[in-house]
Design a protein around this ligand. Structure first.
Ligand SMILES: O=C(O)CCC(=O)C1=CC=C[C@@H](O)[C@@H]1C(=O)O
Ligand SMILES: [Mg+2]
Length: 375
């Protein structure tokens, strides 16, 4: 596969609803979309999940642009790539910057599947024709509003409700939600808002039968999570602490986690995500696909990955209309009674809506293979 050109676009899209976590609130999302084109004019699409500021991880839109432009694009233009699984290795000498790598690697996976004329899900080895999905709800300190929001999503059929918690907004909120929704599968995402000293407080969450507590402690920790898990009945799920298969192996060996939230961008791409999935399957550790408020391109990659057999827990891949007035794919991702039907089209299976893409594009860069000098 000869990649002849790479187009990088910076998009700005406005979320339908402000998104609040233990870090703060935002509503405008700035992110990068990567397009790789081959000699036949096929386009493969990827999306970086890095935010404008380094609140979730150290990566930002600007750091991604630097890494993609100055390091990753030259590699993919210079190498003849037979299979997208090679891209991980081509990038291996570059430290971290997983979200930047994932955006480019994902575009190569999409291009590969289109050239093979198969769905991306099939290229990854997935068989599911529809996937169960849950929904993630940002922090809303107005309890009545939060209850109504949860009720709406339960009535829409979402298979699991994820709420954010933080010190002072945890046990009371979960007790009230459990009273209102005694049988709905529910989980809490703390985004590292607690410390090991909060163990007694976090143990109080055990009474609510949550499916998991996501990332309660520091985003670079697996030691304290192991100590905390030994005190909790509720399974701990790691998100921010897991950046690779190696992190996964160590966390499972230490007993730091019983469930892994796989986010393609956080672990550096689909190939590493698949390796983590396969390892967790071997170790009987269930996984689910986390979300990063993606546009339809990233959402399509999440759908494809979730067709793999160990994605046995509903993830955060809600429908496009949950996030955007207008998404950048056609058709948009829709959820019927808590299920997304996996597209049967080649590659990501959704068309990129070029008009919407241009509408949201605030900047773009074009890179092409330097023509061999004519001898
Ligand atoms: O994409 C979605 O709807 C899930 C968004 C979501 O829950 C998160 C996105 C980014 C950081 C966190 O706040 C949280 C997460 O950790 O999963
Ligand atoms: Mg999380």
């Amino acid at each position: 596969m000869k990649i002849m050109e790479v187009n990088v676009r910076k998009l700005k899209m406005v979320l339908k609803h402000p998104f609040t976590t233990s870090f703060g609130t935002f509503q405008e999302k700035e992110f990068l979309v990567v397009e790789v084109k081959d000699e036949k004019g096929n386009s493969g699409w990827g999306e970086s999940v890095a935010f404008h500021s380094p609140w979730y991880s150290e990566e930002t839109v600007e750091t991604n642009l630097h890494i993609i432009r100055d390091f990753l694009v030259p590699i993919v233009l210079e190498n003849d790539i037979i299979h997208p699984e090679e891209v991980n290795g081509l990038f291996a000498h570059l430290r971290k910057n997983n979200m930047a790598k994932s955006a480019v690697e994902g575009a190569v996976w999409d291009l590969y599947a289109k050239r093979e004329q198969i769905p991306l899900a099939q290229a990854l080895g997935g068989q599911l024709e529809k996937i169960e999905v849950g929904i993630s709800i940002g922090i809303n300190e107005n309890m009545q509003e939060l209850i109504e929001t949860v009720r709406g999503f339960v009535e829409e059929g979402y298979k699991r409700i994820k709420v954010k918690i933080k010190p002072g907004f945890d046990v009371g909120v979960m007790r009230e939600l459990r009273k209102q929704f005694p049988d709905v599968p529910m989980m809490a995402d703390a985004n590292s808002a607690y410390r090991l000293e909060d163990t007694e407080l976090l143990k109080e969450l055990d009474e609510f039968g949550l499916t998991m507590i996501e990332q309660p402690l520091a985003s670079d920790d697996i030691i304290d999570h192991a100590k905390l898990q030994s005190q909790l009945k509720t399974p701990i799920c790691l998100d921010e602490s897991i950046h690779s298969l190696e992190d996964t192996r160590k966390a499972i060996e230490l007993g730091s986690t019983k469930i892994i939230n796989i986010k393609i961008g956080r672990v550096g791409g689909l190939t590493e995500a698949k390796k983590i999935h396969d390892y967790c399957l071997e170790k009987n550790v269930p996984v689910w696909c986390g979300g990063m408020l993606e546009s339809g391109i990233g959402r399509a990659h999440n759908v494809a990955l979730t067709t793999l057999p160990n994605f046995v827990l509903p993830g955060d891949t809600a429908g496009s209309s949950r996030y955007w007035e207008q998404d950048i794919i056609l058709p948009e991702v829709t959820v019927e009674d808590g299920y997304i039907t996996v597209p049967k089209g080649n590659g990501i299976g959704y068309e990129v809506d070029r008009q919407a893409l241009e509408r949201y594009t605030v900047d773009k860069w074009h890179f092409s293979k330097q023509e061999e000098p004519v001898q």
